[in-house]
Design a protein. Sequence first.
Lengths: 206, 485
Amino acid sequence: MRPTASREYGGLAVSLFVPDIDTDTLIPIDYCINRERPNFDVGLFHSWRFNDDGTKKGDFVLNTERYSKSQVLIAGANFGCGSSREMAVWALCDFGIRCVIAPSFGEIFYNNCFQNDLLAAQVSDASAAALSEAVTSAKELQLVIDIDKNTIHSTATQTVPFELDSLRSEMLKRGINPIEATLTRSADISSYERADRIRRPWAYQR
Amino acid sequence: MRYGNSRINGEGSGVVNSEPQLLFDKIWNSHCVASLGSGYDLIYIDRHMMHELASDVAFAMLSERGQSVRRPELTFATHDHVVSTAIERRDDSLPKNSSYITTLRDNTARHGIELFDLHSRDQGIVHVVAPELAIALPGQTFVCGDSHTCTVGGVGTASWGIGSSDVAHVLATQTLVQRRPSVFRIECNGCLPNGVVAKDLILALIGRYGAEAGTGHAIEYCGDTISTLPIEGRLTLCNLSIEMGARIGQVAPDDTTFEYLNGRRFAPTGLAWETAVGHWRDLNSDDGAQAVREERFNVSDLKPQITWGTSPAHVIDIDGRVPDPQDASDVQTRTGMEKALAYMNLVPRQKISDVRVDAVFIGSCANSRLSDLREAARVIKNRKVAKHVRALVVPGSTEVRRQAEAEGLDKIFLAAGFKWRQSGCSMCVAINDDRLESGQRCVSTSNRNFEGRQGKGSRTHLASPASAAAAALVGSICDHRVPLT
């Protein structure tokens, strides 16, 4: 379920700067089933985080002491491509991630993020590379994310802009539930149906 | 191109649009309930399908808020993702999955939604049964909580995959808040060479344009190659649009489409059918309508395609060599390729043919229809699967299975040493017991070669049904067009 909007999306940043990280990698299917919120974090990057015997892979960045409590993830292009599983977003949220920064996102994943108060911040290729570099070389870099100005900054990086349209931005700021927002337009939907039923009667028959 | 409010609800309402329009824009404009600003529209959804995996949370979201299903007659449900494909399957064939089956049954009964249950003759993979039963029709908006919903764009539908929260949104409101995608038009011309099929074409397109070329776009496939492609080929083509990043892929409906749909269970009948076809004939891109991106692709010299890596864009000709990450143009791509090669246990510049395989999977919403099974059976007939290969055929629907059996395809597969199963998503998503062991390599007719997709540590090579069938016989990746040894 949608958490209360907190408006705080920054924090300790970690980088996984490879392209095309798909939602199967974000959470393998076995960890999508028979589980409830907020327990999807177990599955997050499961095959990258854990050995076959269930022990943690010590060298994987999210398993290191420094980054195990990361709140911001910097990733490569096309992050979250593939399957529509919303569990990929729940796994990130349940792990404690508040914002993912990438040059581009899989579209279904991107949509799912905003349904769950996870900020998907799209930046230029150059900005993503610079942020990744800064996060990797600096110790425990905190990123400050401003969703009023759509900017990301830190003590070690220049301020970079990210893309966020005003509808998404309002959803985050006001904690709007999309279903309730649409239900306020029920009259519009009914009037559309009445007119459309005349235009395309077959679409309403079965 | 910008669309003012005057265009909304314009189609068929007596407003004459002199400006040429694209297929996609015609459908979108006619489904716009309201414009919400920032490029977003409230879009009416004509048909919605549910499966057992993405639906339980959506129903829970509704009941938590005391909301009801607005138009239950416009939603259909089936079991496909978690079901066993065993011949004598039951709800509890796989105890860890059984609650998903019973929960969907309970929820659909409670809300008055038609379910194609486990033993229904209409059961099957959502994207196979939707066109097969004519639930998906030209010019409709169609959604499902599954990314491969783009498949049914093959019959001229605007269809796309959504997450569980949006499934709840559709149930409660019969609409979605969506940003209008721009159109990416790919014109394919020429005759597909012998032995080269829609699967090879779409893999080649993904290889050419990349795994995110379609992001933010609805892809329209057009050109003489497409207009001569049978519907099942068009469904395969549109199926992998999401592997190019596009939520929507579509082909303009034509006589081939109408002939395919006519008489199917949920197709309009009588006068309604005539009226509908009259309307659908206008569903194509007008001359002079410009897409944001337009590409041309000649298919005349296309070879069978196969993936080598862990992105569908990692694709090469069947007689080609694995690329070298050193040739990559940027660091990100190089890192991705190196990671993929290590995972797939391949080395740069090695030939892809002769790589030994452990398993072959023929099935999934990409390639599990009757024509796919015929194509594989043609290669397999009177031959045997290599001793070390585990080979599986999973028809896309109970109806496909029935038709295949009626023409004896099951006997060809069984005699060769393939397993012949009940329909479902099976080894494409590997939530049931159809899965690979860690390190095993599979040639698969599915659509995703991601790490671990067919089971933890599994290695997937995507290809056409004929290529998969040939690999099963030879025991390694091979060109099905040359005599098999």
